[in-house]
Design a protein around this ligand. Structure first.
Ligand code: KMH
Ligand code: ZN
Length: 271
């Protein structure tokens, strides 16, 4: 089986210090958290950034500061900024980190209910983002919150707006979107093209059971405060690294080797 790529989604756009006081917010905190997550076994850092008040922003300079701080700390993992930002942001705000030419960034593949909000990703927006990612040499991670989104991504592929190796992130358990059941994960995977790779991001209590299934199915795994703030029921996670380290231990138990950042690049077809 392919080596396991672990993504650490270290901050997100919605979680606050009231939810978990260990949430990293500033460039320095994000860099320390990313470094520790990488040392624990993560080879992708999925990145959101916050403004001085701790509110989600897609400001290019704020992303640049966080990425620079990570590089200064010696982070070698793939840094994958979000182009999803937070629900309600304009496309002009969301796209900004792409202008920094990161190796990878998320490309959200369809509109979805997102708790009390609507996270809008219509086809014109997706085409616009895909074109810009192509122009700036950014590999998209195709974020799918339900099965229909997979077909939106494949439409972009047919339109040659997305090319090369396809890597999907199957996000399951967002309130209002596809629930995080094992049956739903199997159905999602069943609808992917054979050559594609995939990561599962289970939200809240679904993070761990879906990760366990991905481990033995040959999928990849995302954990972190963006998706889940608990280590177990009633016990807040101390850090993103703690959540990554548990996946590494589980992988060892089932003889699945964990990918180093360079190996993750190879699996994903990144140069
Ligand atoms: N914060 C969500 C509304 C992404 O990073 O591309 C969108 C999100 C997806 O987090
Ligand atoms: Zn995100």
């Amino acid at each position: 089986m392919e080596k396991l790529i672990i993504t650490a989604a270290i901050c997100g756009a919605e979680v606050t210090r009231e939810h978990n006081p260990n949430l990293p917010l500033t460039a320095e905190e994000l860099a320390v958290e990313a470094k520790k997550a990488e040392e624990a076994g993560a080879s992708i850092i999925h990145l959101h950034v916050r403004d001085k008040e701790g509110k989600a922003t897609q400001d290019q300079k704020t992303f640049a500061q966080a990425i620079k701080a990570m590089e200064q700390k010696g982070v070698t993992a793939i840094i994958q900024p979000s182009t999803g930002g937070a629900a309600g942001m304009s496309w002009q705000e969301r796209i900004q980190p792409v202008y920094l030419e990161p190796e990878m960034a998320t490309l959200d593949c369809g509109t979805t209910n997102f708790g009390e909000e609507i996270f809008v990703n219509d086809l014109p927006l997706m085409r616009n983002f895909a074109r810009k990612m192509k122009k700036y040499g950014v590999m998209p991670e195709l974020e799918c919150f339900e099965i229909g989104h997979i077909y939106n991504a494949l439409k972009l592929y047919r339109e040659e707006l997305v090319a090369g190796h396809l890597h999907f992130d199957l996000v399951l358990g967002v309130p209002g979107a596809m629930p995080g059941s094992i049956k739903n994960l199997l159905a999602m995977v069943d609808n992917l093209p054979e050559a594609a790779t995939w990561t599962v991001a289970g939200i809240g209590p679904q993070e761990l059971p879906l990760a366990c299934h991905a481990l033995v199915m040959g999928g990849h795994i995302r954990v972190g405060f963006e998706d889940n703030i608990f280590y177990r029921k009633g016990e807040l996670a101390q850090s993103n690294a703690q959540l990554v380290a548990r996946i590494v231990r589980l992988a060892e138990e089932v003889n699945r080797k964990v990918a180093e950042p360079e190996e993750a690049r190879e699996i994903l077809g990144l140069e």
